[in-house]
Design a binder for this molecule. Sequence first.
Ligand code: HEC
Length: 135
Amino acid sequence: MRLPLLTVLGLALLAACAEKDKAVEHAESAAPIAAAEPAIDPVTGLKMTGDWEVVRGNCTACHSAMLITQQRGTAEQWLAMIRWMQKKQNLWQFDPGTEGRIIAYLAENYPPAAASRRAAIPQDLMPANSYSTNN
Ligand code: HEC
């Protein structure tokens, strides 16, 4: 009589543990989906979203991806950088589809940053320059 009761308790405990593991697994898999920002590839530093693997495959052979991630630009500006590398740095030609995907990824994930410097103060609002000779 004792042994079967222990067995039942043991099985119940095992079942409870399995349920708990499932719950933990679920919570972990839900986390990245909830995050607004894409994860960063620990090797290249590229944002792991969209066609990032196309960029990794074509843009990290000659230099670190840091050159890319610290750069910002519109689609036109990114294309100009690619054309410059093709002309001056031996970067190969891309088929139009691949080039389009690279540009789209770059322009979307590394767009021009908001201006970080204030605009210059107009001359007439500046204090008099005591060193100037044409006062
Ligand atoms: C064939 C070699 C090669 C490949 C492949 C390559 N680049 Fe470059 N890239 C260079 C060289 C060389 C430089 C200049 C490095 C320096 O100034 O130290 C450079 C510089 C850059 C810069 C800095 C430009 C600046 O104005 O400072 C960016 C951004 C860049 N590359 C992005 C890319 C992207 C995006 C790709 C993929 C489409 C790519 N590179 C693929 C050779 C390459």
